[in-house]
Design a protein around this ligand. Structure first.
Ligand code: NAP
Length: 251
């Protein structure tokens, strides 16, 4: 049966204190994966852990700032797990006109989304290589890594970087049995953006999506499980877009 192989595996999910990361952690737990949840906010992580455990899984929380290699190393040492799966999900958006963007904002977005994705992938891949049993890395990018919109220059650049990084790592680590792929969500309704999408500006944006609606977190499940499990054993260096057709909207 599809995804059966996930049972008994271990996964690290970054940015799991809320939003899509918590959703992915619960999804994997429901499929029998022992999950380690990582993010900066300890209290939110503890609450997330309780929810994941309630989904029937084993869950552990470790505090981690993905943009800081020392923090990544300390968190992995604390978790003390040989990971089979990494969901590299931590990310921040950062919006504003390019002409006004402060250097610190640019650095924050690139350090979290691109450097953070690299640092965690590198640290986890080292462990996978040592354990000698390969693994699957899923980097959460965005359709903004493929096309652009106004006021998201740093974010779009960071996610384009994640897609290209995914290919580079897939090439280098294929011989170690480590698959590296990217999942590119379109606009997915979460607590963070629900108010915006209820507004007139948000509704206008939704009308430009060919399916004329936002995605729901559960609509990412198939793609995530495919890339994380043996169902995707011949897929590496790929990116899968789950966006209601947004990338093929009319120019
Ligand atoms: P969210 O609700 O804001 O969650 C972001 C998560 O990342 C939080 O758990 C946050 O936890 C964590 N995080 C941020 N900076 C971090 C850092 N330096 N170190 C460790 N953890 C950090 O956002 P989301 O909507 O779930 O997005 C999750 C991912 O999906 C992001 O990469 C985002 O770019 C991508 N995405 C989302 C959408 C969408 O429509 N929602 C669309 C395309 C792509 P702490 O604050 O506790 O650290």
């Amino acid at each position: 049966m599809l995804f059966e192989d996930l049972k008994g595996k271990s996964a690290l999910v970054t940015g799991a204190s809320g939003g899509l990361g918590l959703h992915f952690a619960e999804l994997l737990a429901r499929h029998g994966v022992a999950v380690v949840l990582a993010a900066r906010r300890k209290e939110a992580l503890e609450e997330a852990c309780v929810r994941v455990a309630a989904a029937g899984g084993s869950a552990q929380a470790v505090q981690m700032d993905v943009a800081d290699s020392a923090s990544v190393a300390a968190a992995l040492a604390e978790a003390a797990v040989d990971f089979d799966i990494l969901i590299n999900n931590a990310g921040i958006s950062g919006a504003g006109r390019a002409v006004d963007l402060e250097e610190a904002e640019w650095d924050g977005v690139l350090d979290t989304n691109l450097k953070g994705t690299f640092l965690v992938a590198q640290a986890v891949a080292r462990g996978m290589r040592e354990a000698g049993r390969g693994g699957a890395i899923v980097n959460i990018a965005s359709i903004l890594g493929h096309r652009v919109a106004g006021n998201v220059s740093a974010y779009a650049a960071s996610k384009a970087g994640v897609i290209q990084l995914t290919k580079a790592l897939a090439l280098e680590w294929a011989r170690d049995g480590i698959r590296v792929n990217a999942l590119c969500p379109g606009y997915i309704e979460t607590a963070i953006n629900r108010d915006f999408f209820a507004s007139e500006a948000g509704q206008q944006l939704v009308r430009r999506i060919p399916q004329r609606r936002l995605g729901q977190p559960r609509e990412l499940d198939g793609a995530l499980l495919l890339l994380a499990s043996a169902a995707g054993s011949y897929i590496t260096g790929s990116s899968i877009e789950v966006d209601g057709g947004h990338l093929v909207s009319s120019l």
